[in-house]
Design a protein around this ligand. Sequence first.
Ligand SMILES: C[S@@+](CC[C@H](N)C(=O)[O-])C[C@H]1O[C@@H](n2cnc3c(N)ncnc32)[C@H](O)[C@@H]1O
Length: 181
Amino acid sequence: MIRAPFIPSPREAIKKALELLCLRKDDVFYDLGCGNGEVVVEAAKKGATAVGIEIDPYLAEVAREKIRENHLSDRAYIIEANFFLVDLSNATAIYSYLYRSINESLAPKFEKELRIGTRIVTLDFPIPDWIPIRVERFMDSMNRVRTLFLYIIGISNPSSLTREPRIYDYKRILRITRCIQ
Ligand SMILES: C[S@@+](CC[C@H](N)C(=O)[O-])C[C@H]1O[C@@H](n2cnc3c(N)ncnc32)[C@H](O)[C@@H]1O
């Protein structure tokens, strides 16, 4: 499989992505392929438990150092691993800046492991065949058009369209849809 190289998200993208995710203190946030840990640090600053998964040992160490420098070790940490092999079932919010084909390969894992109401924001590359509930376009500081896609498990993923509705599942979805209006 193609491995996305390290290209950091622009600062504006990080800010907007975390706003779209409506992070709160009770969230468990993951950055899949966290690179230098910038996104993890910004998520932890918002009070969430923030986890970065990074396959490159050097970047994982850079990210750990960034967490220490920002005194966020009480709620942010890095897992040095292939994200395909990490259980994501405790996630409530996920960020990824990866290729479309990688998002496509991650989709079955998301469907299997993530709970109803979990939010996913991807930068520039959508999850094929999923329905974003919000698409936000903006120019970054290099005058490049960037796109953020927001997905919610239970609304966006194809299997949710054929599943029996269960009212209690939707409390979590209502909370996030109210926040992003
Ligand atoms: C485009 S960079 C994004 C970095 C960071 N998320 C950001 O937005 O600034 C993609 C990162 O994913 C990492 N990566 C790629 N494939 C991975 C995998 N299978 N498991 C864990 N990390 C991976 C790369 O090493 C790289 O640091």
